[in-house]
Structure formats: structure tokens, C-alpha cells
Design a protein around this ligand. Structure first.
Ligand code: NDP
Length: 285
């Protein structure tokens, strides 16, 4: 018998993880490429993160996704971290090579690819990003590295927003400014890209960010990175007002596709992943 009854293991470490649909796209991708891999969402409490990273080695796993609330803390437990992930202070993907753990951040890269595949230009443009958490850090740094000229960070907690703006001004070519989110935010006229990188609208919540919707510049592209639900109240309102919109599906798929390559060494079947996610959420492509 030459059959192999063991499969390669990929994790998703977070708390909570129950609502995270990434396994749907990963399992579809493994199946499409006939890879004997499986993706396991695993509930890991903060006090157990160190042990969970140790388990990656003990179980000879290929790697794991890292999600809320571990993206920053995990840097402490890895053997090596990519320079841009260090700058972001956040890792969302860990892979193993020769018994060592490596941290990368594919979130912002996935967002940039989703802009590019929808022909949304970045070079020389102004962007406004709501939120200053892990996802906002990854997105703003990648926007800056992709040529965005100016980035406005809008956050309700001053310290977090200011730290991100200082980081962008000191370590990227973009010019950044901070706006304290203690009133309805008005997007400035020459802004090309507006991104919701907060949790507002994430299932089961149904709220939308407090911005001046009637004053949105006519040609601003409105993006939400929340993948569940894909059509958030924020995007619905923007679409109703005639704006081009971009949902969190594309980012989820493309960040996953980059992670997939790190784990398997193969290009991800992006179209298969997109179809699997659309089927899961009953959406027509
Ligand atoms: P964090 O907890 O690191 O950051 C959350 C941010 O949202 C903070 O800046 C926080 O502000 C702000 N925020 C939360 N609630 C409110 C509120 N009620 N009013 C105003 N601001 C608020 O989370 P992440 O950055 O990791 O994730 C953010 C979102 O991005 C999640 O919904 C997640 O699902 C999504 N995401 C999507 C991905 C994709 O592939 N599509 C990938 C990664 C994340 P404050 O600093 O004041 O607390």
C-alpha cells in the first residue's frame, strides 16, 4: 500500500473563529488542485497563543492564519517576521520552513490586488481610512507603498490613530494626517478611495460608519473590508448614492490566495475560491 492517510494541516487561530468563512475558500482550493491539505479554524484563547504556536511545530503543520485578537501578540512567538509585517506590527499568516516559523501579513496586499483587479487607481491619489486597528495598519502601509499620495486616518481613539499616522509619515513615501472621529466625518473633495476598516457592520451588527454621506465626493470609490455580510449597510448606502463600491470578499480571497502560496508553494485557484465563497453566501457572480 502506498496510500498516505495523513493530511497536511493548516490552522486558523483566533477568538472568536466560528463566523470566519475562510475555510470555505481554502478547502475549495485544496480540492481543486488535488492537494491533501485541510484547513482548521481553531479557537485559541489569548493565554494559549504561545502553546498554539508551539503546536504548529509539534504537529508538523504547514502553517496557520492568525486572526483577532492575536495578530500583534503573535510576533513575540515567531522565529522570523517579514520586514513589512514588523512595520505593521501585525502578522496574519504563519508558515513553517525547515522547522522554523515565519510571519507575514497578506491582508493589505490582498486589498491592493482587489483594487487593481477592479481597475481602481492608487498612484498619486488621496485615500481616507476609517479605523486604525490591525487591518487599517496593513491597508494604509500597502496603499502608501503602492503610491497613494495622501492618507487620512480617521479613528475614535486618538492615540492609536496618531501612532499610525506617525508611522506612515516616517516609514512610507505617503503624507498622512489624523482626524479624530468624534463627529460625523466629512470626506474631503479630492479623495479617490474611502475604506471602512472598522468592525462597524460586521455580522451580527447592522450599523454603518458615521460619515456625511450626502457630502461624499461624486467619484470616490467606497470600499468595505468586512467580508460578512458582503453587502454591508455602508456599501448599500454608498451604492444607493451612485458610488462605485468594493466589498470585503475580494480582499478575503486575495489575502487567502497569497497565504495559500506560502503554505503550498502553488498558485491559488482564485476563481474557484471566489465561486466557493459566493455559493456559501448565496450570491450570484
Ligand atoms: P482591530 O480590533 O485591530 O481594529 C478595529 C478598529 O475598528 C479600531 O480602529 C477600532 O477603533 C475601530 N472600531 C471598532 N468598533 C468601532 C465603533 N463602533 N466605532 C468606531 N470605531 C470602531 O480589528 P482588525 O483591524 O483586525 O479588523 C477590522 C475589520 O476588518 C473586522 O471587521 C474584520 O472582519 C475585517 N477584516 C477583513 C479582512 C478581509 O480579508 N476582508 C482581513 C482582516 C480584517 P479604536 O481604535 O478606537 O478601538
Amino acid at each position: 500500500m502506498s496510500a498516505c492517510y495523513r493530511s497536511e494541516l493548516i490552522g486558523l487561530f483566533g477568538s472568536p473563529v466560528d463566523e470566519n468563512p475562510t475555510g470555505v475558500i481554502m478547502e475549495a482550493a485544496f480540492k481543486a488542485l488535488n492537494l491533501n491539505y485541510h484547513y482548521h479554524p481553531i479557537l485559541v484563547k489569548p493565554q494559549d497563543l504561545k502553546a498554539a504556536i508551539g503546536a504548529l511545530k509539534a504537529f508538523n503543520m504547514k502553517g496557520t492564519h492568525i486572526t483577532i485578537p492575536h495578530k500583534t501578540e503573535v510576533l513575540t512567538y515567531l522565529d522570523d517576521v517579514a520586514d513589512d509585517a514588523k512595520l505593521m506590527g501585525a502578522v496574519n499568516t504563519v508558515y513553517l520552513k525547515n522547522g522554523r516559523t515565519y510571519g507575514e501579513n497578506t491582508d493589505g496586499k490582498g486589498f491592493i490586488i482587489s483594487l487593481q483587479e477592479n481597475n481602481i487607481p492608487i498612484q498619486g491619489r488621496r485615500a481616507a481610512v476609517l479605523g486604525a486597528g490591525g487591518a487599517a495598519r496593513a491597508i494604509t502601509i500597502e496603499l502608501a507603498n503602492a503610491g497613494a499620495a495622501h492618507i487620512t486616518v480617521v479613528n475614535r481613539t486618538r492615540e492609536k490613530g496618531q501612532i499610525l499616522v506617525d508611522l506612515l509619515n516616517h516609514h512610507t513615501p505617503a503624507c498622512a494626517e489624523f482626524v479624530l472621529w468624534d463627529h460625523s466625518f466629512k470626506v474631503s473633495d479630492n479623495t479617490g478611495i474611502l475604506v471602512n476598516a472598522t468592525n462597524i457592520g460586521l455580522y451580527p451588527e447592522t450599523g454603518k460608519p458615521d460619515i456625511d454621506y450626502p457630502a461624499l465626493p461624486a467619484d470616490v470609490v467606497v470600499c468595505d473590508i468586512i467580508p460578512n455580510p458582503p453587502q454591508t449597510p455602508f456599501l448599500q448606502e454608498a451604492a444607493r448614492r451612485g458610488h462605485k463600491i468594493l466589498d470585503g470578499f475580494s480582499m478575503l480571497i486575495h489575502q487567502g490566495a497569497i497565504s495559500f502560496k506560502l503554505w503550498t508553494g502553488q498558485d491559488a485557484p482564485v476563481q474557484v475560491m471566489r465561486q466557493a465563497l459566493a455559493a456559501e453566501f448565496n450570491i450570484e457572480l
